[in-house]
Write a new protein. Structure first.
Length: 79
């Protein structure tokens, strides 16, 4: 339960920091997260966003703005 609480707190802090930024990439990420949010989120929505912008661009933005949720680097990716 403590781990879940810590993740929730980290998400709140990350969202608060993202909201306070005014650069273009933060604005794009806010709009993208809004597209993915809500009770009716489905796999097609995620695929549409990834198709619009590319998975690498989304990974870079998440790593820059929400590092707590960034995927760890994959050393075997270039192989």
């Amino acid at each position: 339960m403590l781990r879940t609480l810590l993740v929730a707190i980290g998400a709140c802090v990350g969202a608060w920091r993202l909201e306070s930024r005014s650069d273009a990439s933060a604005e794009w990420l806010r709009e993208t997260l809004m597209r993915l949010s809500g009770r009716q989120w489905v796999w097609q929505s995620a695929r549409a966003v990834a198709g619009d912008h590319g998975a690498d661009a989304i990974d870079r933005l998440i790593a820059d703005h929400l590092p707590l949720f960034a995927a760890p680097p994959n050393p075997n990716k270039d192989m």
